[in-house]
Design a binder for this molecule. Structure first.
Ligand code: OXK
Length: 395
């Protein structure tokens, strides 16, 4: 069986998270992804938790990739990059606008070498506009998209997520954009540029914020764990010190919850009939639900909600995710062999395809592990490698 993306060749010349994660998603379904790294290594290798000096995040982000060092600021690096581009379908990069051009590797140059090339350019603010030259991080997108303004307690500060939310959304979007551009390339033979600004995809996920302001002039206020659209909706502490979350976006579920917690009289209130009206009575509803939950242990609450066909989830840590039978049944966590660390566990491929499923064959390789192998395809021999190493082009 061939993989869904077998034959698709990707050069991942990006750093950190947004661009590289897009390449990971393509690699998971069989694209050949060659990671092009500065001889010092992608900063993600030293980002966050390490075991025995090995970056754990990289093990996940670099999975299924080949690792090649190549300094693109040098003529030798640029020449080799052009050779790699000639054989590739996709380049993913996240340099600030103008950097590739400064190296003679702008799209106009690259398309002369490979007219079918899809060049995915991931930046903080996009290729044009007054902020386009600014360095960008996901954090800035979480700020500027309006996400932080609506997140947090009403009397607290705007709140940032403690993980790369905007970067992750940008990565998913980049993978989608690349597939869209490849589909067009397959139809016409012509490649194109993907201009992906990290500030934009998160804005799309924020839902009706823009149209609501446009049509009603209303801005969403911070409501902590509560929603404007339904109640009860919150996190609740259980007797044994655990936490659960509930949501009542469907009227049927809201009614089942109130019957379960022994407060069916709420259902007859005129305001109970819509989520938005229920949300205005969140204090009373949270009190009713919260006091019932506080008298029971977490597992008991989850079981009772399940029996009542109401919607609940325990609030998990990574440790809980790894032992949960639902995730186990789905195969959500994969065990991947690794030469440096032995078997490592990580999130599996994003979704299941019935005929051409994705898979993880290897975890992120050491810096430059495949430099000789990949450059060897272009006639670079041992002596050439030594000379390139001497000049700092590879490591
Ligand atoms: C990440 C950046 C802020 C880094 O900014 P700068 O350091 O000013 O780099 P530039 O983009 O101008 O790119 C030039 C630099 O790329 C580095 N670089 C990396 N790989 C290479 C290779 N292979 N060859 C040569 N140079 C390389 C090198 O240090 C260059 O610096 P010189 O040697 O001096 O030439 C920016 O690239 C950026 O805004 N990228 C788009 C948005 C993005 O993806 N942000 C990170 C997402 S993670 C995130 O949001 C988060 O962590 O939070």
């Amino acid at each position: 069986m061939t993989d869904a993306l077998s034959g698709v060749r990707v050069l991942d010349a990006a750093t950190l998270f947004a661009g590289p994660l897009a390449a990971t998603l393509l690699a998971d379904f069989g694209a050949e992804v060659v990671k092009i790294e500065h001889p010092k290594g992608d900063p993600v290798r030293s980002h966050g938790a390490q075991r025995d000096g090995v970056g754990l995040w990289w093990k996940m982000l670099g999975r299924n990739k080949r690792a090649v060092t190549l300094y693109l600021g040098s003529p030798e690096g640029q020449e080799l990059f052009r050779k790699l581009v000639a054989d590739s379908d996709v380049v993913i990069e996240n340099f600030r606008p103008g950097t590739l051009e400064r190296w003679g590797l702008g799209y106009d140059e690259l398309k002369k070498i490979n007219p079918g090339l899809v060049l995915a350019r991931v930046t903080g603010f996009g290729q044009t506009g007054p902020y386009s030259r600014r360095p960008g991080f996901g954090t800035l997108a979480e700020a500027m998209s309006g996400f932080a303004a609506i997140t947090g307690e009403p009397d607290g500060p705007p709140t940032l997520p403690p993980f790369g939310l905007a970067d992750g959304i940008a990565a998913l979007t980049t993978a989608y954009a690349v597939m869209t551009a490849l589909r067009a390339r397959d139809a016409t033979g012509e490649g194109q540029v993907v201009d992906l600004a990290i500030i934009e995809p998160i804005l799309t996920l924020l839902g009706p914020q823009i149209i609501t302001y446009d049509q009603l002039g209303e801005l969403q206020a911070r409501t902590g764990n509560r929603s404007h659209n339904n109640a009860p909706r919150n996190t609740y502490r259980t007797r044994d010190g655990g936490w659960v979350a509930i949501s009542t976006s469907a009227q049927s579920i809201a009614e089942r919850v109130m019957r379960l917690v022994g407060r069916p009289e709420f259902i007859d209130e005129p305001w109970f009939a819509t989520g938005a009206e229920r949300a205005k009575h969140a204090d009373e509803l949270d009190e009713a639900v919260g006091s019932w939950i506080a008298e029971r242990d977490r597992d008991e609450v989850v079981r009772a909600f399940e029996e009542a066909e109401a919607a609940v989830a325990p609030i998990y840590t990574a440790a809980d995710v790894m032992t949960d039978p639902q995730f186990d049944a789905l195969g959500t966590i994969a065990t991947v062999p690794d030469d440096e660390l032995g078997p490592v566990k990580m999130q599996n491929v994003l979704f299941r395809l019935s005929r051409t499923p994705g898979r993880i064959e290897s975890a992120g390789p050491p810096l430059g592990a495949h430099t000789a192998e990949i450059l060897g395809r272009y006639g670079v021999g041992e002596a050439d490698l030594d000379a390139l190493r001497e000049k700092g082009v590879i490591r």
